[in-house]
Design a protein around this ligand. Structure first.
Ligand code: ADP
Length: 689
């Protein structure tokens, strides 16, 4: 894998070129953090994988990287840079602030046919392109489609993709993908054609968009498989005849009778209200070199245009590649094709752009997380989005982002402005956003208030302000009130959240993907052609939409906990909750954030945020949800056996302006999307807010 291998200096390499912020998602293997590419000022997503944790799955990451290097399309998430160290792999990706399509669907219950069509055309476009490049994706699901700031979908997670040597028409064997989306031929262990299997998954996805639930679903894996193999699903009454027909044509058990992606491009349902078939050709073909970007890079690097072009054309997925691609992205979005000056060459640890102009102590309270990644604080990062609170680091709202000025381009909003030399400021000062920002005295006052609030909270973290540059002092690293310790005996968590909702079954979730034994065993079973063997692959609903390959993963790094400890910790929890009087919480944060109503915000009928917070706090232990509290934000997680985190999400009590009620912002960080949906619905409805 021709990647930048810097071994122990890899993390330095990362921090030399990127500011790294909060975790915005996590998957089977990776943690994804928000970052900012310093030279272009553009936001990026940084996917961080630990090689030790990857184990046998390391090849999968290599597959993903190689595939993404070959794919450049308006509806495929772009890979910008790969940094490999002796212990980690960092993939720098196009940042999609709108979150997962899944969250968008569940927030709306289901989408209208018109909105579904808009998204579906983009999915068809992405898949037609991916197939044209010889790849089958094999893990299509709404969790793997992200929404960018313009409400465009971007396909991610190519870890399970396949590129058959003889072309896409060649048969594949490996049974992978997520059970609920898997085609019948796949789960039957037959050989299959990748593109045909993808069309089936697209049918399941289309159904999920139109209905808000899955066409084939069951807690019991074998029952689910039977349903899929029969291919019978109920069409809810709200589906139009055209939708019913299309779903039926896509979810044909016999692969050869299924529609092809080519047929989907101008299918009557897809064409309704549109004048042209789906455009699937890449608008950003690989190989095209943009002269403006080259010129800007050449000036910045003090090289000739010719040698800069040569360097870019090497496509090494290093600093040159990321800089070129991000400049191009700026140009395509109508932003100035501008770079900040190259940081001076110096020892990365002492002279990273991240720290330039700051004394170590003043360095904006960076902390090192468990990945060895130096983080800017969440609050720090939120400075540039405070004016657009719905675009928080982890708050992902397509509507909110759409049409809003991009904080990234706004030097007034950007801490780096004061870190940069005057000449940099001047160059960046051309941004129209800057002007917009400056003419709003009201905003300025709000900022001063915020600044004051933060100043009083923590003086130590204040960076030295430059004259006339608006900056915000940083909040203290508050000690969160935590109930982390409220771990429960493992048997308590054997009941899945879904079952809590219905209160019906109490299926045991076994530690290793539902009794499938070791990872190796489950993989073998998944590969096994004998459906009889597949039966052993019983999985919990948690795993319904997790990739089959993953069914057996997760037991690495499990921590055994002593039973005795649980009891005392659980008792401790009661105390913590009792102590959480509103006045105490107010000490942590003066009040809840004021935000706009967004798709990921549940409106309550209440006007007292403390009351809402208390109600949620009292319900979480009942639902076996551990949490840490930071002001009005609850970082929640559920644990499986041996303390393995099965789900992580945030709930934030906030104030809405119109209507003036209390809202609860939700965000899933980790875990099965459908189980999350049920659990959060359950928490919010039981909280009677
Ligand atoms: P894994 O390969 O471990 O399954 P994913 O690539 O699916 O990890 O990423 C995990 C999660 O991180 C995603 O579901 C999504 O919520 C978030 N994420 C991934 N890539 C991006 C991105 N480019 N922009 C924003 N969020 C992302």
């Amino acid at each position: 894998m021709p990647v930048e291998r810097t071994d122990a200096r890899g993390a330095d390499e990362l921090h030399k070129y990127y500011e790294v912020y909060e975790t915005i998602g996590s998957g089977g293997f990776a943690k994804v953090k928000l970052g900012r590419h310093i030279l272009t000022g553009e936001k990026v997503a940084i996917k961080i994988m630990d090689k030790k944790d990857l184990g046998d799955d390391l090849p999968r990451v290599k597959v993903e990287i190689e595939a993404m290097k070959n794919l450049s399309h308006q509806h495929v998430c772009r890979l910008y840079q790969v940094i490999e160290t002796s212990t980690k792999i960092y993939m720098v990706l196009e940042y999609c602030p709108g979150g997962e399509l899944f969250d968008y669907i569940i927030a709306k219950d289901r989408l209208s046919e018109e909105e579904t069509r808009m998204f579906f055309r983009q999915i068809v476009s992405a898949l037609a392109y991916v197939h044209s490049q010889g790849y089958a994706h094999r893990d299509l699901k709404p969790e793997n489609l992200l929404i960018d700031e313009d409400q465009n979908l971007k396909l991610i997670d190519f870890g399970l993709c396949a590129k058959p040597k003889g072309g896409l028409g060649y048969e594949l064997m490996t049974c992978c993908g997520s059970p609920a989306y898997a085609a019948p031929e796949l789960i039957q262990g037959k050989t299959y054609i990748g593109s045909e299997a993808d069309v089936w998954s697209m049918g399941v996805l289309l159904f999920a968009l139109l209905c808000g639930y899955l066409p084939f679903d069951d807690d019991n894996c074998m029952v689910l498989y039977r349903k899929i193999t029969r291919g019978k699903f109920d069409n809810p009454r709200w589906l139009s005849p055209g939708s019913v027909l299309l779903l039926n044509q896509m979810m044909q058990v016999e692969p050869k009778r299924r529609l092809t992606v080519r047929q989907l491009l101008d299918h009557p349902w897809v064409m309704k209200d549109y004048s042209s078939p789906v455009e699937w050709h890449s608008k950003q073909p690989l190989g095209h070199i943009d002269e403006d970007c080259i010129t800007e890079m050449a000036v910045n690097m003090k090289r000739s245009r010719e040698s800069t072009t040569q360097l870019v054309k090497e496509w090494r997925y290093d600093q040159t590649t990321v800089t070129y691609l991000l400049l191009l992205s700026k140009k395509q979005r109508g932003k100035p094709v501008r770079l900040r000056p190259e940081p001076p060459v110096c020892d990365a640890s002492s002279c990273s752009p991240l720290h330039q102009g700051l004394q170590p102590k003043q360095a904006l309270h960076f902390s090192e997380d468990e990945d060895g990644v130096v983080l800017g604080s969440m609050e720090f990062c939120s400075d540039y989005i405070d004016d657009y609170p719905w675009v928080s680091l982890s708050h992902r709202s397509p509507q909110g982002v759409r049409g809003q000025p991009d904080g990234a381009a706004n030097p007034n909003n950007n801490k780096n402005t004061r870190l940069a030399s005057p000449s940099v400021e001047k160059r960046w000062g051309h941004s129209p956003n800057l002007e917009r920002e400056r003419v709003t005295p009201h905003r300025r006052q709000e900022r001063r208030d915020r600044e004051q609030e933060r100043t009083s909270e923590n003086k130590e973290n204040i960076a030295v302000p430059e004259k006339d540059v608006e900056i915000f002092a940083l909040p203290p690293p508050r000690t969160p009130v935590t109930n982390k310790k409220n771990a429960r005996p493992a048997k308590n968590v054997l009941t899945t959240p879904t079952q809590n909702v219905s209160g019906t079954k109490t299926n045991a979730v076994t530690p290793k993907g539902g009794g499938s034994g070791s990872k190796e065993q489950s993989r073998k079973r998944a590969e096994n052609k004998d459906p009889g063997n597949i039966e052993i692959l019983t999985f919990s609903p948690e795993r319904r939409s997790r990739s089959l390959d993953m069914a057996g993963t997760g037991d690495s790094g499990q921590k055994k906990r002593g039973g005795k400890m649980f009891g005392s910790l659980e008792r401790g929890l009661d105390k913590v909750i009792t102590m959480l009087t509103p006045s105490k919480r107010r000490g942590l944060r003066d009040g809840p954030r004021k935000i706009k109503a967004q798709y990921n915000v549940t409106l309550t009928s209440q006007t007292n945020p403390d009351q809402v917070l208390n109600q949620i706090l009292s319900i979480l232990p009942e639902k076996h949800v551990d949490f840490t509290q930071k002001g009005y934000t609850l970082k929640c997680r559920t644990q499986g056996d041996f303390g393995k985190v099965t789900m992580a999400f945030e709930l934030e009590v906030c104030l809405l302006q119109r209507p003036e009620v209390v809202g609860v912002r939700r965000q899933r960080l980790k875990g099965d999307a459908w189980v999350y949906k049920h659990l959060v619905e359950d928490i919010l409805s039981t909280s009677s807010i």
